[in-house]
Design a protein around this ligand. Structure first.
Ligand SMILES: [Zn+2]
Ligand SMILES: [Zn+2]
Length: 412
């Protein structure tokens, strides 16, 4: 089996990996490059973007744009495999965004023909056996894959972390479904960001709960598809006895998650409690704020899940109380001069806000524990802007293969 890293050896966004055996090609992820990093533009890959694709397929680890965002550029005949619930969430997201950006209509058409898989249900493609393993990440229904062909095995981690609500299951899943592998193709987002994981998701939730108890009027900016954070805030609001306000789009996403049945369905995190999130009323192009609604908010207090746009700005201005705003996503988005700077978000947020966030990616000590369970012959870092640092860290215990984009590793 050959492992080829087409992109991602020296950058975080837009990783594309190929597993090749006997003319069959299994690709993992085809997303967008992130602003601010190095970029290589459109890729030209034999058996994926052009040429004979009759023995090719693409696996998607999760719905973040840097993993799925460019699939609309691929030939329509290419089989795509994606997690069942992740596909549904992406469909709602694309439906919400299609009027702003036409590429989302293409995304919808693409995903309507995609194959879905579920955690722990292995499947095959040509000579490859594939086992999808659920991982905890800031995207819901995110996967790692065990990929095997010709007696060679690799564990492709995708994006994952070990400090989330669901992370404790990973060692057990690795033991049950993966075992020892020859290679780990591993994300290394936080190699050079040791402070990104200071808090666990549960500690962050406790801090939010304290804030919601201390402040009556709360406005939180977070990614609409950061499901665990969203449900975490919902339950924190319930405990603080505050109203929890979302728009209809956000509620649709929450409903998909509460209605899913598989492996995480049993978790109380994804169930509605005493009352469901309250859906904002909408009329004539704007959110409706009636006297009755204001009375309700004055009495209970509230947590509003907001997005940076004029409609929400206008709503927030009409809501009662002294608002406490929170940024529950990466701070770079509101850092002037940062390439990922989002002016709308910075303007909506203003200067007086509390940053409250923890990373969707693993810290390096926890990663070491994961590697120890997998006993790999070698590690191949991707999704990182500091591969040398990754090698420095882990070469005491494992051989680390540093590649450039387009390089391959051959094993038989
Ligand atoms: Zn991700
Ligand atoms: Zn990513």
């Amino acid at each position: 089996m050959n492992i080829i890293i087409h992109r991602g050896t020296h950058q975080i966004g837009g990783c594309v990996t190929e597993y090749e055996y006997d003319g069959w090609r299994l690709f993992v992820d085809y997303g967008e490059e992130l602003p601010g990093g190095p970029t290589s533009g459109d890729l030209h890959i034999e058996g994926l973007t052009h040429g004979d694709i009759s023995k090719s397929a693409l696996l998607i680890t999760h719905y973040h744009g840097d993993h799925i965002g460019s699939i609309t550029k691929l030939p329509k005949e290419l089989p795509i495999y994606i997690g069942k619930v992740g596909r549904e969430i992406q469909l709602v997201l694309s439906d919400h965004l299609k009027s702003v950006d036409g590429v989302h209509q293409e995304m919808i058409e693409r995903l309507q023909h995609a194959n879905t898989f579920e955690a722990g249900n292995g499947f095959s493609f040509g000579p490859f056996s594939i086992m999808p393993i659920t991982v905890d990440h800031s995207a819901f229904d995110a996967y790692a894959f065990k990929i095997e062909a010709d007696g060679v095995s690799a564990f492709h981690t995708g994006d994952f972390r070990t400090h989330g609500f669901r992370s404790k299951k990973l060692p057990e899943l690795i033991q049950k479904y993966v075992g020892a592998v020859d290679y780990v193709v591993c994300e290394g987002t936080n190699v050079a960001r040791p402070d990104a994981t200071n808090l666990t998701e549960r500690e962050l939730q406790q801090q939010f709960e304290e804030q919601f108890k201390a402040n009556k009027s709360n406005v939180v900016y977070l990614s609409s598809t950061n499901i665990d954070r969203l449900f975490s805030l919902y339950h924190a609001a319930l405990r603080a006895k505050c109203g929890f306000l979302v728009d209809a789009y956000q509620k649709r996403i929450m409903d998909i998650v509460t209605q899913q049945d598989p492996i995480w369905g049993k978790s109380s995190l994804y169930r509605y409690g005493e009352y469901e999130p309250k859906v904002l009323m909408y009329d004539n192009g704007e959110f409706l704020v009636t006297e009755e609604f204001k009375d309700f908010l004055n009495k209970l207090g509230y947590v509003l899940i907001a997005r940076a746009n004029p409609r929400f700005d206008h709503l927030i201005a009409r809501l009662p109380g002294e608002k406490q705003k929170y940024l529950s996503m990466w701070g770079g988005y509101v850092e002037e001069g940062n390439e990922a700077y989002n002016k709308n978000l910075a303007d909506s947020l203003g200067n007086d806000y509390k940053p409250m966030h923890t990373s969707g990616h693993s810290d390096m000590n926890s990663m070491r524990e994961v590697f120890r369970l997998l006993h790999p012959k070698a590690l191949i870092p991707i999704h990182t802007d500091a591969p040398e640092k990754f090698a420095e860290l882990f070469s005491d215990e494992w051989s680390v293969i540093l590649l450039n984009d387009g390089d391959s590793v051959t094993s038989s």
